[in-house]
Design a protein around this ligand. Structure first.
Ligand SMILES: Nc1ncnc2c1ncn2[C@@H]1O[C@H](COP(=O)(O)OP(=O)(O)O)[C@@H](O)[C@H]1O
Ligand SMILES: [Mg+2]
Length: 233
């Protein structure tokens, strides 16, 4: 479905991603690596916010590399960014609505998308009229993920979804991700590799802008390098 092929990305003269290839099918895929490895840069390149010097990004047979970000989103990529800013003075419902207001295909399915978001995050149904900024950190995270789901994406990309959450909520977020992968392809970056490995099918290890390893979640969990460097075992 989503294929990234031989991507080379620079910031100025500094090369950040090196001949990077990954793919995401009907599955949930993790992207792990230390701070500064290039995870967010890869996401920003998929979204068209950063233009690669060379390489291809293909979604269902269609090239995204020359498309503008708004078109890429219309083609079915949704992102929950690292900063995840909501509109704090708008209600939960208004925030969710911004997730599909600009996408005709999704806007027609507004109620269906909303029901889907409620299925994943039932608590949001009771909070629809509450100002998003007055909710707990965990609930705001759910609104941010829900907003991305409103656009009816083929691929949902989450950049460090557990960041800044207390441990019990981290577990909750990954449980929901596990539910999600039944209906949408997921690409997720995470520092919390231990928990993420339980919620994904496959993962890539990104180190210094290069794919250092690619394997099933089970094999990664048992790998010595992963255990020492990412799981602290
Ligand atoms: N806008 C930018 N301009 C220049 N360098 C950047 C920019 N954004 C990130 N970098 C650098 O690119 C590298 C990869 O960063 P990033 O993609 O944010 O990594 P990660 O998300 O894995 O922590 C880092 O060395 C970072 O300092
Ligand atoms: Mg990042």
């Amino acid at each position: 479905m989503l294929e990234v092929k031989n991507l080379n990305v620079f910031y100025g003269k500094l090369q950040i991603l090196w001949d990077l290839s990954i793919n995401v099918g009907d599955e949930s895929v993790g992207l792990f690596g230390p701070n500064g490895a290039g995870k967010t840069t890869l996401i920003n390149t998929i979204l068209g916010l950063v233009k690669p010097v060379s390489g291809e990004i293909v979604l269902d047979g269609e090239s995204l590399v020359k498309m503008e970000t708004d078109k890429i989103i219309k083609h079915g990529i949704a992102i929950v960014p690292q900063d995840r800013e909501l509109f704090p003075f708008m209600t939960v419902e208004e925030n969710l609505r911004t997730g599909n207001a600009y996408i005709a295909r999704a806007r027609k399915k507004y109620q269906e998308r909303l029901d889907f978001v409620f299925e994943i995050f039932p608590v949001l149904k009771e909070r629809l009229n509450q100002a998003a900024g007055s909710m707990s950190g965990g609930q705001q995270r759910m609104v941010a993920i829900g907003r991305a789901l409103m656009s009816d994406p083929k691929v949902l990309i989450l950049d460090e979804p557990s960041g800044g959450l207390q441990p019990s909520l981290v577990t909750e977020v990954f449980h929901r991700l596990k539910d999600l992968k039944k209906s949408v392809s997921v690409l997720v970056t995470e520092q919390n590799v231990r928990q993420a490995l339980k919620a994904i099918d496959r993962g890539y290890i990104l180190e210094n802008g290069k794919i250092a390893m690619a394997d099933t979640a089970d094999n990664l969990a048992g790998n010595d390098h992963i255990r020492k460097s990412y799981l602290g075992i």
